[in-house]
Design a protein around this ligand. Sequence first.
Ligand code: CA
Length: 380
Amino acid sequence: MSIVKRIATHVVSAPIARPFTSSRGWLYRTRGTCLVEIETRDGVVGWGECYGPSAVAKAFIDTQLAARVVGRDAFDVEAIWEELYNRIKDYGPKGMSIAAISGIDIALWDIVGKCAGKPVHKLIGGACRTEVKAYATGMYFSDMDRLVAEAVEEAEGHARAGFRAMKMKIGLGSVRRDIERVAAVRRAIGPDIALMVDANHSLSVPAAIRMGRALEELDILWFEEPISPEDIDGYAEVSRALDMAVAGGENEFTRWGFRDTIARKAMDIVQPDVCAAGGISECRKIATLASAFGVECVPHAWGSVVGLAATIQFLAALPDQPPCLFPVAPMLEFEQEQNPFRDELSPTPIVQVGGIVQVPTVPGLGVEVDRAVLAKYLVG
Ligand code: CA
């Protein structure tokens, strides 16, 4: 029942009502993704998702990868991963080729779970937890004339919605402007809600250290992507200079990509994305590598309900770092800007109550795709 019959890739896109930007300066006017659908000869369907430019992921799968997966047993998921990677690494050891493999890997795990009658986390080590604490990602830059007010209003909304942790964007070109905005949010939400900041690698090393010292006064849980992802030396320098945790890695790929960052403890927290870094199979390996070096693994997530469900399954099987009487369990990134693929695509959307998301117990990833919604947003 687990032999792969066909692979389909679906590119979807939707306009969003309130465009936003981050410190990179890219204006987001649409949300979209590439969903991977794999069907077995017996009609079991698994879903996966690829992070990044969706047409590129689709091209990699359609022209390079799909034919190597058809006819294979989905239970050979990691053997298939190794073969796909070895076929593609001469021209794509990082980037969209790995995002494409990620989407296939996630869909195969969904099939394996459905065939075994178990949620995916039961098959990748088992339940370290039955629920995950979610943090709201948002507080981008939309209205440049009222950046402080809009961040405060949004933070208050996340707190009212039940979130006990949230992450805001920084990177306004001056420490003073950023700190003014972060301090206003901290005042608005009080001392008991965890607050993280994300600079989307917009700072130099000295600017990041100056910013970090000011942020430390505001009880920030982690400082995400202070500097450019290629600069591992720079990350080591920023991490050593600051008392607060430094995080990054949403744009890194595979165990080999993360190796030097982890072995040198250049970051305190690595954030592989299951839809980008190599799927559930590879993120397990990255997390194990991190654990061996005393680095935390808290995955990045920014896509549809499929990627979010895969992230929850991965998190459910991720041990506390470190295990103790009052552990700080790895949190789920739950992005909150408008995204129909997160909220409408599954008949059973993922919801938080009091900042907590229950880990699905149904077989597979725990979400299905509504084909009418898929058709409505399909590109081309
Ligand atoms: Ca980020």
